[in-house]
Structure formats: C-alpha cells, structure tokens
Write a protein that binds this ligand. Structure first.
Ligand SMILES: [Zn+2]
Length: 330
C-alpha cells in the first residue's frame, strides 16, 4: 500500500465506488481504511444465486478481506476463509494485491431456508461454530502465513476483533455493512448491492504508549490474563467514535468515505491517502481448468464424463468450461 500523502483536495461528495481509502488521525495515533463496494459486489453476488442472508454474509466477508488484505506491504494474495458447522459451511474470499477479489460461499440450502423461516439467519447464526483462517501467500518460494481465530456464534466483526486482540495485539475496531439499494425508478436490475466497511487501529509511535501487551503480569494474582491491551485515552476516543458509525453511513450512496471520515474525526484532524480501486475478477481460465483435468488419472476423468462431455463450473465466478474427453486425455 502506498502511504504517500496525496496533495490536499476537496473531499469527494459522491463515494468512489469499489475503492479502499486509507486514512490517518495523527493526533490520536489512529490509522485505518474504509472500503466502499458497489458494482464489484454486484458482479460477484450476481454470478451466484445465493439466498439473501448468505449473499449479505459473503458481502461482509468481502469487505473484511479487502480491509485486511489491502494492508499487505507486498504483492501477494490474502485469503480469508471460514469453516463452520452452521448453515453456511464455508466462505472464501481470495484477494490479490492491489485490489482484485473473488469470493464464494458453500452452504446447505435447506438449513439456510429453515433459518430464514425461523428468523435465525443473522451472520452469527448462519456461521455457527468453527474458525476463520487468514492466509497470506507471497508466491511459491515464500512462506504462507496463517492466522486463525475461533468463530463461536458471533459475526465477522467479532472474529476480527478477537484476532487482533489475541494474535496481533493491536487495538482494532472493524465495522462492516451490506445492503441492497432498490432501483425502482430505473430500467435494469431490480436492486444493486452495496457494502462498506471501516477498520481503525491504534498504532502509537512512542514505545511508552505501547505498554501493556507483552509485559509480564508481575504481582498480579494467579489467573490474571497476561495480555491487557493498553487503554490509552486516544484509543478510548477512537473506539468511541467508530462505535457511532451506523450501517447506513457505510453504504449510503450519497455519503463519500471522505465525508464520513470528516464527520467522525474533524475535531482531531484526519488525512486521507491515495485510494486503491477494487476489481471483481476471477483468475480461472480454460487453460487452467484443462491443466487441472490433465493432472487427474484417466480413471478419475472417465468418472467425470456426463452426456459425453466433462463440464467444470468455477465455484468463484460460475464460468462453465466444457471439454470433449479426448481434449484433456493425459
Ligand atoms: Zn472463475
């Protein structure tokens, strides 16, 4: 991510669609990013026929993956994946820097429909128990780093907070929102998807203010949690401000990220950096699918033949690739 400051300019009134905007509130040692998604989210969710709450949940996962993945300081991939026992078994968001993203969900349609009927289809209820894994992949000769956090009935915001508290020990708050904008007045699609998110972190420059996380509990009684994140006044203020952000402010097509940041932090001074565009593209191709099919045994391929052809559908973008068996024979 480029951290070079852009020259000062008039804040955009209209939100930059499909963009990640880093910002800084230097007087409070706060750094963060916002994400706004419109057409890119339509493109991803439009290629699937997910039930509404599943689509919304995947939208939240996409916003979260973009907020986290866009902080990578190198070219690489960031994969956010849930694996749980709820009606939505798996969410996968595959982000490639600087801003390419694809995503899909695996779920049990009957259980999702039952959850909707019982009004028990909140993100936490759809996910259930399990874990959220975050993998960073810098290429073939680099290590893959995996961060893992338990999902225990809460949503993705909760999981992100838990991850940063336990693993990174950086005071962090995340807000995520997904909604549909009805398009009654115009011809074209019935509705458009919108998602928004904000990540806020307390990253003090002075070592003294980093006190807390790694200190030995010392004289504290047995059983005291050793990791107590510093409750610096600046962080208390930052946390209180992001807590006031309403879902509608994150997705309102008439409110830009700059305006929202100004609304929140104008008393403390807020600076935005260069934004990054988000593009919903899939990396699948006919050639990749062909190579994958060739890597199977002849016996495996024989079992894939249906009505005389092998048909493969990309789980991320629903592109369908059809091969004559002879085309992919080893
Ligand atoms: Zn694809």
């Amino acid at each position: 991510m480029s951290e070079t400051a852009t020259p000062s300019r008039t804040p955009a009134a209209i939100p930059a669609e499909d963009a990640i905007l880093p910002f800084e509130v230097a007087s409070l040692d706060l750094r963060g990013r916002t994400v706004r998604l419109g057409p890119a989210l339509d493109r991803i969710l439009g290629s699937h026929d997910y039930p509404l709450p599943v689509a919304k949940l995947l939208g939240e996962a996409i916003a979260l993956a973009l907020l986290l993945g866009s902080s990578l300081k190198f070219e690489g991939r960031f994969i956010l994946q849930t694996q749980t026992d709820g009606p939505v078994r798996m969410l996968v968001v595959d982000f490639t820097s600087p801003g390419r993203v694809r995503a899909c969900a695996r779920f049990d349609r009957e259980r999702v429909e039952a959850a909707i009927a019982e009004r028990a289809a909140s993100p936490g209820e759809l996910l259930g128990q399990g874990h959220l894994a975050m993998t960073i992949d810098q290429g073939t000769d680099m290590n893959r780093y995996q961060g893992l956090v338990a999902l225990t009935g809460g949503g993705l915001e909760d999981a992100a907070h838990e991850y940063f508290l336990r693993s990174e020990q950086i005071p962090t708050r995340v807000r995520l929102a997904v909604g549909e904008e009805l398009n009654a007045a115009h011809a074209g699609p019935r509705h458009r998807w919108r998602a928004g998110g904000m990540l806020l972190q307390f990253l003090p420059k002075s070592a003294e203010r980093m006190r807390g996380p790694d200190l030995d509990p010392g004289d504290a009684p047995e059983g005291t949690r050793p990791h107590v994140v510093a409750e610096d006044d600046a962080w208390v203020a930052g946390r209180a401000l992001i807590a006031t952000v309403e879902d509608i402010e994150l997705i309102d097509p008439a409110l830009s990220s700059e305006r929202l940041l100004y609304r929140l932090f104008h008393e403390h001074g807020v600076r935005v950096f260069r934004s990054t565009s988000v593009e919903a593209t899939c990396s699948c191709s006919r050639q990749n699918v062909e190579n994958m099919l060739r890597s199977f045994s002849q016996d495996d391929r024989d079992h894939m033949v249906e009505n005389g052809v092998i048909s493969v559908t990309c789980e991320f973008c629903s592109s369908n690739y059809v091969f004559e068996p002879a085309e992919v024979a080893g």
